[in-house]
Design a protein. Sequence first.
Length: 322
Amino acid sequence: MSAQIVNDGPTYPLHVVADAEAHVAAAARAAGLPDALAARVATFARPGAERSSAPVLVACDLDRTLVYSAAALGLVGEDRHAPTLVVAEVFDGKPLSFQTRDAHDMLAVLTRVATLVPTTTRTRSQYARIRIPGSPHQYAVTTNGGHLLVDGVVCPDWAQQVADELAAAAPLAEIHERLASVASEAWVRKLRVADEMFAYLVIERGLVPPYYVDDLTAWCEARGWTVSVQGRKVYCVPATLTKSAAIAEIARRTGAGEVLAAGDSLLDGDLLTAAVRGVRPAHGELHETGWHAPHVAVTSASGVLGGEEIVARLLADVLSGA
């Protein structure tokens, strides 16, 4: 066993690393994980972590962070070596999103030792299709922070606060009109409005003119909106509509001692920045743009296996301080 470097942080003595790994492995086994999976979680133990009884809040993006479409799985190698997958979403009677069995099992433990808050750009109806351990969750954030759900019900106080803040940006109708101007182009499949808060295009990514996203970004920024490209979608979202603000409110309500976070897109940047520690996968918008923060780890794997590693790292972080 060698010394361990955590992100860009200090190198710890071997005995400190060993103690941290033993502590996490024992806690993971006690929580019900098999020995092999507990040992894997322990490799991400946080040496030098202070033990605390304060609740930990874990804010996790969903698509391409915790769950993956068939197109986003990113599996390589022979099919017989592929991990066992669990269906996380069904749409029109067909499986749509997945996670690995190991990720599912680790996530089940994570929901017991921390407050897991699904934190997504999905609308409420799209989020309702997701089935991951802990469902239904006590708290969830949808519509990129536009809705704070408590036991599945929209919080009216938060909804009013968001409405007041959205008034500072250009109206949705103006953004929709801009997107509608290209809706008939061959590279556009759909134009959608999300919960009357933001809009997005469903595109054929390889056919999008090279200048389009940059031009749209500059135009939106002048109007208080941001642009994010996630897979086959181009999102236009008000700058005041953020995941981090909603998570801060949930942390206040729950008295969380720490907030951990995970996400892959530019719309997750503020969430990761605001967290005490975080992790992002080696894929997605943040990875493609080289986004980096000293307190945010990057997975060694990508695709659905990167999602599995995200859960392992988050669980190890929580158990390190338990």
